[in-house]
Design a binder for this molecule. Structure first.
Ligand code: GAR
Length: 192
């Protein structure tokens, strides 16, 4: 069976990373087996690094602070991703703005905690909670040179009703934990 390799980039807790390791890594689907070939984190103390160790996977730490500009940081990540043989890069809570050095050289998808194109940026959960909208949601989209603006691949939404911010955030994460693994499988197994 064909093996398809992915790279995962993260910056923090890594709960979405863990769902991918649990439900996708090393598993066979109808047309391929998917393997995580590369993990990159830009924060040396991120909890996701410990989560990955439970699955026997080491994370390459590439600290953005050690690079003189965004381009040289991005070039280093592309070098590591290419060396791993990954054909799809998954941004799972990776909190850095990427330059064309990255976006033009790898095929990447990003998870974002809002119904794009609404509420782009780093405060999407608070912004969508505080908006007048009756629904909240999540998106998975292709990454291009514009922040949170590439083609949307999949979305889920839910009614806010009388949720407080904590419940709203929990609902978002619960949906993310299902949608991101499913989207990776859909892309690689169905060649969407
Ligand atoms: C997720 O909610 C993801 O949507 C968000 O970071 C969180 C990572 O959680 N990403 C962004 O806001 C990207 N702009 P995790 O580290 O527990 O997977």
């Amino acid at each position: 069976m064909v093996i398809k390799k992915i790279a995962i980039l993260f910056s923090g807790s890594g709960s979405n990373l863990e769902k991918i390791l649990e439900g996708v890594h090393g598993r066979s689907f109808s047309t391929c087996k998917i393997e995580v070939a590369c993990l990159i984190c830009n924060k040396k103390d991120a909890y996701g690094i410990q989560r990955a160790k439970k699955y026997g996977l080491e994370t390459t730490i590439i600290e953005h602070a050690n690079y003189e500009d965004r381009e040289s940081f991005d070039r280093k990540m592309v070098e590591v991703i290419k060396a791993s043989g990954a054909q799809l890069v998954v941004l799972a809570g990776f909190m850095r703005i990427l330059t064309p050095e990255f976006t033009k050289n790898v095929n990447a998808i990003n998870l974002h905690p809002s119904l794009l194109p609404l509420f782009k940026g780093a405060h999407a959960i608070e912004d969508s909670y505080n908006s007048g909208m009756k629904v909240g949601g999540i998106s998975v989209h292709y990454v291009n040179e514009e922040l949170d603006a590439g083609e949307i691949i999949a979305q889920e939404c839910f009614k806010k009703e009388d949720m407080n911010l904590e419940e709203f955030e929990e609902k978002i994460h619960a949906l993310e934990h299902k949608l991101l693994p499913k989207t990776i499988i859909d892309i690689l197994d169905n060649q969407k």
